[in-house]
Design a protein around this ligand. Structure first.
Ligand SMILES: [Zn+2]
Length: 308
């Protein structure tokens, strides 16, 4: 029997679903809009209906839950800018009231994405790795000795709030000059508004990326500037963690080499040579479903590696 494990990734906008089979195969299932404001009770009701519709007849052995927020060791959502109505909710209780599938973990979404990349993506074969996910916010994940690094309260890995400039632009968390202040999609669009002559009201990172790929010099220069900040963040990670790979994911990573090449250049310039040996800075491979896939892998591996 090819047993399956379910990953559920509750994002601020979309909830994504994935199955990972013991044999290693991955299958993505149709997800649902999160509609975060209506709260967890209503959400889990819709999730239940969706899973009844898309799951195969043979139920998954276990499930893992990925959440866009800080999850502590007691599985409580400690902070979640895009899932405010879920903070303080008993996610495990909500799950167990509706589903017979055992829930093996509740974990931060970028930590899940990191684990997915470790098991089935760009960090395969690594024992030490870090991930930055550049999107609406900037999240992070850390792998130490083949396992996720969590920290004293379980809140570790928030690499988006590394300080690059104490007097830099405001961050959504209330701080200043954080990685997120330079590399979230909103931060990049805001920088483009100052830099581009031709700037439509609905400018997006996708449009900036499209322009860069089409040869637009302003767009390429903007991404070179943002790549510099990404490189600074990676230099700190290289010194702090000595990872074998730093993985760049999230929607902003779609800017590709226009962002990554200048980041690599800054990384080389700002990192001690010894810490650069065996370090690669590479794009994520699993795309938007990485956290759902990683949550399923965590559910599969939890009995062997422990999760909390
Ligand atoms: Zn911050």
């Amino acid at each position: 029997v090819n047993e399956a494990f379910l990953g559920v990734d509750i994002g601020g906008t979309q909830t994504k679903l994935a199955l990972v089979f013991v044999g290693g195969e991955t299958r993505l299932l149709d997800g649902i809009p999160t509609q975060a404001r209506s709260g967890p009770g209503e959400f889990f009701k819709r999730l239940h209906a969706q899973l009844a519709a898309v799951l195969p007849d043979e139920q998954p052995v276990a499930a893992g839950l990925s959440v866009a927020g800080l999850v502590d060791r007691a599985e409580q959502l400690a902070a979640a800018p895009n899932l405010g109505a879920f903070v303080g909710a008993g996610l495990r209780e909500e799950w167990e009231a509706r589903f017979e599938i055992p829930l093996r973990c509740i974990e931060n979404d970028v930590q899940c994405a990191m684990y997915g990349e470790l098991m089935a993506g760009a960090a395969q074969g690594q024992s030490y790795a870090a991930m930055l996910s550049l999107g609406t916010g900037v999240g992070g994940g850390i792998v130490v000795d083949g396992r996720l690094y969590r920290g004293a309260r379980g809140l570790g890995g928030e690499l988006g709030h590394i300080i690059l400039d104490p007097n830099g632009p405001a961050c959504a968390c209330g701080g200043r000059g954080h990685v997120e202040s330079y590399l979230s999609s909103a931060a990049i669009v805001e920088a483009a508004r100052d830099a581009f002559a031709d700037c439509p009201a609905d400018l997006s990172v996708e449009e900036i990326s499209r322009r860069a790929h089409a040869g637009d010099a302003d767009a390429r220069e903007l991404l070179r500037d943002r790549g510099y900040y990404l490189g600074l963040a990676c230099a700190s990670l290289a010194h702090a963690l000595n990872p074998g790979a730093i993985i760049i994911g999230g929607g902003v990573a779609g800017c590709g080499e226009y962002l990554l090449e200048p980041a690599r250049q800054t990384l080389r310039e700002r990192t001690m040579a010894a810490s650069l040996v065996e370090l690669e800075l590479v794009p994520a491979k699993l795309g938007a479903a990485s956290a759902a896939i990683g949550a399923a892998h965590l559910a599969k591996d939890a009995p062997a590696i422990g999760v909390r």
